[in-house]
Design a binder for this molecule. Structure first.
Ligand code: HEM
Ligand SMILES: *[C@@H]1O[C@H](CO)[C@@H](O)[C@H](O)[C@H]1NC(C)=O
Ligand SMILES: *[C@@H]1O[C@H](CO)[C@@H](O)[C@H](O)[C@H]1NC(C)=O
Ligand SMILES: *[C@@H]1O[C@H](CO)[C@@H](O)[C@H](O)[C@H]1NC(C)=O
Ligand SMILES: *[C@@H]1O[C@H](CO)[C@@H](O)[C@H](O)[C@H]1NC(C)=O
Ligand SMILES: *[C@@H]1O[C@H](CO)[C@@H](O)[C@H](O)[C@H]1NC(C)=O
Ligand SMILES: CC(=O)N[C@H]1CO[C@H](CO)[C@@H](O)[C@@H]1O
Length: 332
């Protein structure tokens, strides 16, 4: 039985013909052929409950990939609250993103127990939420193994900050094998979701000694922001990253930047810096250029730091699934 199984797996490996370290689109074609449909249904069900699913899941994927690679280490809960998800930099990663992955994982486990990594489920879900919001679809490469390490301390310095300038953004994306063009396209994710006032209030009240308001802000927009985010506002208050079409995945984010309506410093700098301005103008005017660059960059983001290996090396049995937890998070 064991030998027969080994031969089947060896054959499967040869048929698929993928080398160690490579992600492939058809990774689960034999072990869980319906995985993408199952995840899509779970994500869609969750989206029908709350639209927050969309930005929450997309951001979760980004934060997972930038800290130790796309390995679902962000999903791991620690009894001591010192896992990746507990780092101050996780800034409000919305619980609905975690819940989306947990629900999808549960549905996949029903159909194909122990076959599919959480890292792959998160990658599929991130594509699905973009499509649900009206964005472009793309094929997701699969075959990631889940990480076994998740530490809050490993987050420090690995995520971009909202006050980053172009050089700083390029540096941190380059560390993840992503170009300036990829970085600009991925920033287009800020066409959905929101930010807490604290992440940009320096632009309204304490920009510089000569000008409390950031001069790159559209003045009408600055007034709207001041009204929504007065000084000492409730720390839970938020503002849409794309106030024009906040729930649609489109290129309006770039049109906003041209109009001085980027919410974060790291958004607006993409237009104010002459090095990146031409790309912003292009994406603002040509949705096809943005869609092409975004889907290519998402596939590249999905390769960051991945741990791969033959399918029977996926060590899902090393995780316990804690469904009584608030988010049903995995624990080691
Ligand atoms: C370029 C550097 C980036 C910086 C500095 C940045 C920073 C931020 C900040 C500060 C927030 C607001 C968080 C809050 O207050 O709750 C945010 C939200 C968000 N970010 Fe980014 N981000 C960047 C790139 C990305 C990328 C590459 C993606 C995904 C591909 C992404 C997806 C999102 C989404 C979807 C939200 C909304 C979250 C929600 O509504 O729950 N961001 N980002
Ligand atoms: C979500 O809602 C839409 C519109 O009501 C419906 O067509 C779709 O089947 C629902 N999706 C799921 C997975 O229940
Ligand atoms: C970007 O920020 C870094 C760190 O604060 C600084 O050293 C650098 O001069 C800045 N670059 C530009 C172009 O403003
Ligand atoms: C400021 O934003 C408004 C739309 O809210 C736009 O009509 C106007 O052109 C913008 N101003 C500048 C200087 O871009
Ligand atoms: C970047 O690409 C190189 C060459 O393919 C690879 O060795 C390295 O691990 C990649 N880095 C990340 C963070 O994915
Ligand atoms: C599961 O989560 C609950 C709630 O957070 C916690 O009380 C319980 O100890 C966890 N179970 C395991 C096996 O860690
Ligand atoms: C979802 C999540 O884990 N959020 C945590 C992010 O970090 C802050 C502070 O470090 C925690 O209070 C949150 O619970």
């Amino acid at each position: 039985m064991g030998l027969w199984r080994g031969i089947v797996l060896l054959l499967a490996f040869m048929i698929i013909g993928r080398g160690e370290g490579q992600l492939v689109e058809n990774f689960y074609s034999l072990s869980c052929p319906n995985v993408e449909y199952i995840v899509q249904q779970a994500v869609s069900t969750k989206f029908n409950e709350t639209v927050v699913t969309i930005p929450a899941t997309l951001r979760l994927f980004f934060h997972d990939c930038f800290v130790q690679g796309c390995d679902a280490s962000i999903m791991i809960a620690s009894p001591n609250n010192d896992a990746e998800k507990d780092a101050p930099d996780n800034i409000s990663l919305a619980g609905d993103g975690f819940d989306t992955v947990v629900k999808a994982k549960q549905a996949v486990e029903q159909a194909c127990p122990g076959k599919v990594s959480c890292a792959d489920i998160l990658a599929i879900a991130a594509r699905d939420v973009v499509v649900l919001a009206g964005g472009p679809s793309f094929n997701v490469e699969l075959g990631r193994r889940d990480g076994l390490i998740s530490q809050a301390s490993l987050v420090t310095g690995n995520l971009p900050g909202p006050t980053f300038n172009l050089t700083q953004l390029n540096t941190i994306f380059a560390k993840n094998n992503l170009s300036q063009n990829d970085m600009i396209a991925l920033s287009g994710a800020h066409t959905i979701g929101f930010s807490h006032c604290s992440r940009f209030s320096d632009r309204l009240y304490s920009f510089s000694s000569s000008s409390p308001v950031d001069p790159s802000l559209n003045s009408t927009y600055a007034q709207q922001l001041e009204a929504a985010c007065p000084q000492n506002v409730d720390p839970n208050m938020v503002f849409d990253l794309d106030p024009v079409t906040p729930q649609t995945f489109d290129n309006v984010y770039y049109q906003n930047l041209v109009a001085g309506m980027g919410l974060l410093t790291s958004d607006q700098v993409l237009y104010t810096d002459p090095t990146s301005q031409p790309t912003i103008v292009d994406f603002a005017n040509n949705p096809g250029d943005f869609n092409g660059a975004f889907t290519a960059a998402m596939r590249k983001l999905g390769r960051v730091g991945v741990k791969t290996g033959r399918r029977y090396f996926i060590k899902t049995e090393q995780y316990k699934f804690n469904t009584s937890d608030q988010f049903g998070l995995m624990i080691l």
